[in-house]
Design a protein around this ligand. Structure first.
Ligand SMILES: [Zn+2]
Length: 148
Protein backbone atom coordinates (compact mmCIF):
# COMPACT_ATOMS: atom_id res chain seq x y z
CA UNK A 1 0.00 0.00 0.00
CA UNK A 2 1.16 3.50 -0.84
CA UNK A 3 -0.28 6.15 1.44
CA UNK A 4 -0.48 9.71 0.11
CA UNK A 5 -1.73 12.86 1.76
CA UNK A 6 -4.50 14.50 -0.29
CA UNK A 7 -2.33 17.40 -1.45
CA UNK A 8 0.28 14.95 -2.79
CA UNK A 9 -2.12 13.47 -5.31
CA UNK A 10 -3.47 16.90 -6.19
CA UNK A 11 0.03 18.26 -6.81
CA UNK A 12 1.05 15.33 -9.04
CA UNK A 13 -2.19 15.53 -10.97
CA UNK A 14 -1.90 19.29 -11.45
CA UNK A 15 1.64 18.80 -12.78
CA UNK A 16 0.44 16.09 -15.17
CA UNK A 17 -2.35 18.34 -16.44
CA UNK A 18 -0.08 21.39 -16.76
CA UNK A 19 2.50 19.48 -18.83
CA UNK A 20 -0.03 17.79 -21.13
CA UNK A 21 0.44 16.74 -23.93
CA UNK A 22 3.99 16.08 -22.67
CA UNK A 23 4.84 13.68 -19.88
CA UNK A 24 5.53 15.14 -16.45
CA UNK A 25 7.75 13.45 -13.87
CA UNK A 26 9.02 13.73 -10.35
CA UNK A 27 10.24 11.90 -7.28
CA UNK A 28 8.30 10.52 -4.32
CA UNK A 29 9.84 10.79 -0.86
CA UNK A 30 8.64 8.82 2.12
CA UNK A 31 9.14 6.10 4.67
CA UNK A 32 8.70 2.35 4.83
CA UNK A 33 6.55 1.36 7.80
CA UNK A 34 7.53 -1.17 10.47
CA UNK A 35 5.98 -4.13 8.69
CA UNK A 36 7.93 -3.32 5.58
CA UNK A 37 5.05 -3.53 3.13
CA UNK A 38 3.41 -0.11 3.40
CA UNK A 39 5.00 3.06 2.21
CA UNK A 40 4.05 6.44 3.55
CA UNK A 41 4.60 9.40 1.29
CA UNK A 42 5.91 12.51 3.01
CA UNK A 43 6.76 14.65 0.03
CA UNK A 44 6.39 15.04 -3.73
CA UNK A 45 9.32 16.57 -5.62
CA UNK A 46 8.52 17.65 -9.18
CA UNK A 47 11.27 17.52 -11.79
CA UNK A 48 11.64 18.95 -15.26
CA UNK A 49 11.31 16.19 -17.86
CA UNK A 50 14.83 16.10 -19.32
CA UNK A 51 14.26 13.21 -21.71
CA UNK A 52 16.01 13.74 -25.03
CA UNK A 53 13.37 11.64 -26.84
CA UNK A 54 9.84 12.74 -27.68
CA UNK A 55 8.44 14.28 -24.47
CA UNK A 56 4.98 12.99 -25.35
CA UNK A 57 5.98 9.42 -24.68
CA UNK A 58 9.13 9.48 -22.59
CA UNK A 59 10.42 10.97 -19.38
CA UNK A 60 13.61 11.34 -17.46
CA UNK A 61 13.95 12.87 -14.01
CA UNK A 62 16.56 15.64 -13.94
CA UNK A 63 19.69 14.11 -12.34
CA UNK A 64 20.35 17.40 -10.58
CA UNK A 65 16.95 17.34 -8.88
CA UNK A 66 17.67 13.82 -7.69
CA UNK A 67 21.21 14.59 -6.56
CA UNK A 68 20.17 17.67 -4.60
CA UNK A 69 17.32 15.74 -3.00
CA UNK A 70 19.56 12.83 -2.00
CA UNK A 71 21.99 15.21 -0.34
CA UNK A 72 19.16 16.88 1.50
CA UNK A 73 17.73 13.55 2.72
CA UNK A 74 21.09 12.17 3.85
CA UNK A 75 21.00 11.04 7.47
CA UNK A 76 17.25 11.65 7.82
CA UNK A 77 14.31 9.26 8.16
CA UNK A 78 12.99 9.90 4.67
CA UNK A 79 14.15 8.30 1.46
CA UNK A 80 13.32 8.39 -2.21
CA UNK A 81 10.77 5.59 -2.42
CA UNK A 82 9.53 6.04 -5.96
CA UNK A 83 8.85 8.31 -8.87
CA UNK A 84 5.87 9.39 -10.93
CA UNK A 85 5.20 10.27 -14.53
CA UNK A 86 2.21 10.79 -16.77
CA UNK A 87 0.89 9.04 -19.87
CA UNK A 88 -0.74 11.61 -22.15
CA UNK A 89 -3.62 9.90 -23.98
CA UNK A 90 -2.54 6.47 -22.78
CA UNK A 91 -3.60 4.18 -19.96
CA UNK A 92 -2.01 4.37 -16.51
CA UNK A 93 -0.10 1.16 -17.17
CA UNK A 94 3.64 0.65 -17.60
CA UNK A 95 4.69 0.82 -21.24
CA UNK A 96 7.37 -1.22 -22.97
CA UNK A 97 9.60 1.85 -22.67
CA UNK A 98 8.95 1.91 -18.93
CA UNK A 99 9.87 -1.77 -18.68
CA UNK A 100 13.16 -1.10 -20.43
CA UNK A 101 13.91 1.69 -17.97
CA UNK A 102 13.80 -0.30 -14.75
CA UNK A 103 17.21 0.37 -13.25
CA UNK A 104 16.17 0.50 -9.62
CA UNK A 105 13.69 -2.25 -8.74
CA UNK A 106 13.27 -0.88 -5.21
CA UNK A 107 11.49 2.22 -6.43
CA UNK A 108 7.73 2.34 -6.81
CA UNK A 109 6.22 3.65 -10.03
CA UNK A 110 3.21 5.94 -10.06
CA UNK A 111 1.62 6.50 -13.47
CA UNK A 112 -1.15 8.93 -14.29
CA UNK A 113 -3.30 8.71 -17.39
CA UNK A 114 -4.12 12.15 -18.84
CA UNK A 115 -6.85 12.64 -21.43
CA UNK A 116 -7.51 16.08 -22.88
CA UNK A 117 -5.64 17.81 -20.05
CA UNK A 118 -7.44 15.86 -17.31
CA UNK A 119 -6.02 13.11 -15.13
CA UNK A 120 -8.47 10.24 -15.48
CA UNK A 121 -6.57 7.48 -13.66
CA UNK A 122 -3.65 7.13 -11.22
CA UNK A 123 -2.01 3.77 -10.55
CA UNK A 124 1.00 2.58 -8.55
CA UNK A 125 3.26 -0.42 -9.22
CA UNK A 126 6.19 -2.16 -7.67
CA UNK A 127 8.76 -3.97 -9.75
CA UNK A 128 9.32 -7.70 -9.62
CA UNK A 129 12.55 -8.85 -11.20
CA UNK A 130 13.54 -11.86 -13.24
CA UNK A 131 11.67 -11.32 -15.44
CA UNK A 132 10.79 -7.67 -14.91
CA UNK A 133 7.11 -7.38 -14.10
CA UNK A 134 5.02 -4.54 -12.70
CA UNK A 135 2.75 -5.54 -9.85
CA UNK A 136 -0.10 -3.20 -8.82
CA UNK A 137 0.14 -1.47 -5.44
CA UNK A 138 -2.94 -0.03 -3.77
CA UNK A 139 -2.98 3.77 -3.49
CA UNK A 140 -4.57 5.19 -0.36
CA UNK A 141 -5.23 8.82 0.30
CA UNK A 142 -7.58 10.52 2.77
CA UNK A 143 -9.15 12.25 -0.22
CA UNK A 144 -10.09 8.86 -1.70
CA UNK A 145 -11.76 7.57 1.49
CA UNK A 146 -15.47 8.13 1.46
CA UNK A 147 -17.44 7.31 4.58
CA UNK A 148 -20.80 6.96 2.83
ZN1 LIG B 1 5.48 5.46 -18.89
Amino acid sequence: MLLFQPDHLARMQRAAEADYPNECCGLIVGQIDEGGTDRIVTRIVPSPNVSTSNLRDSFEVDPKVRFDLMRELEGGDDDIIGHYHSHPDHAAEPSETDRSMVYEPDLLWVIMSVEQSRVVDTQAFRVLTDPITFSPVEIRSPSLDHSS
